[in-house]
Design a protein around this ligand. Sequence first.
Ligand code: IMP
Length: 430
Amino acid sequence: MPAYAILGAQWGDEGKGKIIDYLSRRADIVARFSGGNNAGHTVINDLGDFSLHLVPCGIFSDGVMNVIGNGVVVDPDVLIEEMETLKQGGIDVSRSLMVSERAHLIMPYHVMLDTLAERERGDFAIGTTGKGIGPAYSDKTSRTGIRAADLLDLEGLRHRLEEVLPFVNRVLTKVYEVDSVSIDYILDKSRMWKDFLGPLIKPVGRYVNEVLDSGGTVVLEGAQGILLDLDHGTYPFVTSSSPTIGGASTGLAIQPKQITNVLGIFKAYNTRVGSGPFPTELFDDVGEGIRTIAKEFGTTTGRARRVGWFDGVLASYSNRINGYTSAVITRLDVLDHLDSLNICVGYKLDGDILDEPPGGVAALEKCSPVYETLDGWDVPTAGISNISELPTNARVYVDRLEELIGCPVDIISTGPHRDHTIMVRDILIS
Ligand code: IMP
């Protein structure tokens, strides 16, 4: 019953899509457990280049069922559009996709509220993706959300909307002074969503458990990263879900003991999109060079990602929370051009040296990184798939990351394609 959790170990965008695609060739199920279409997973394989926002990355592998779990928030319009795009690319999604009946839906008013709230925050804006993620999760915890199952009973949905929409409309019209949203507008959309998505809405928790119980293999597809976690991230500059190991269990209704392998996906450097503290951020030509070479622009919003040195303090913290059984280092090739590299091994704060990030965002903003400098490598790593070919200094760099993370580096990614992968230790599902 192996279940592999693939978790973002930094601020998201670590290259999880490629690793999930790689592993899913031997999986029975690939299941998303958190976030929504704020995520953008890039997959490049024999079928082409794809950006997935909601559909799990196992969609390209034959015989794999793809599951959108209860912990995900689903914008039905986005899901339908993504399914249509995949269909045009020759990939028929309809028979290999399921949506949990318990997943909450992102309604058009959630998208409006996200944008309006960000505008209201002014200089204190979080820099959200504007996809309605926060408002949808807020409604979930306020017990005023709409779930996928509600689409299957449109009369019941009408009653539900009669209950929740008046308050939403008071906020829209009185607080933000914009137009209200009508029940008929939402119901018309819901009818269309039901026609399209109705057959996919299922009790997926039970299905995933049955596959695990019968010895099947499940890949749990994380979105975002631990430093954007609502509890363990750099609050309030976080997303509204739990991209951590706990979220993998609650977001799919599987037991923690069923998760046999926990893979922490780390970029060989750090990036972040949106506002919030970033102790190792680079503001110079080195940062600009990395951004340009690595095309560090958001898959979902197109925004330039902030770039910085690898942060060993946050990496060790990430491992403490998630308990990785394997670390994966991605985008090592991006650093090929550098003569020397810094790694953050501690934080200086008010005369003390810290080996854990402080919980408060103001204190983290005040931390300055303590760096160790390593030599760059003279032979490029791009495209290498055998560990014996890795230049010595690149090996030294990865070994140091391994020490700081505190868990073995089992996979190194040296390029976007499936083949550009070094399997240091074979952890693949047999
Ligand atoms: P939200 O998830 O749209 O509410 O955005 C909250 C914060 O999380 C913002 O700083 C976003 O830039 C960031 N964020 C959300 N999703 C991702 C992602 O998939 N990759 C990187 N950053 C993300």
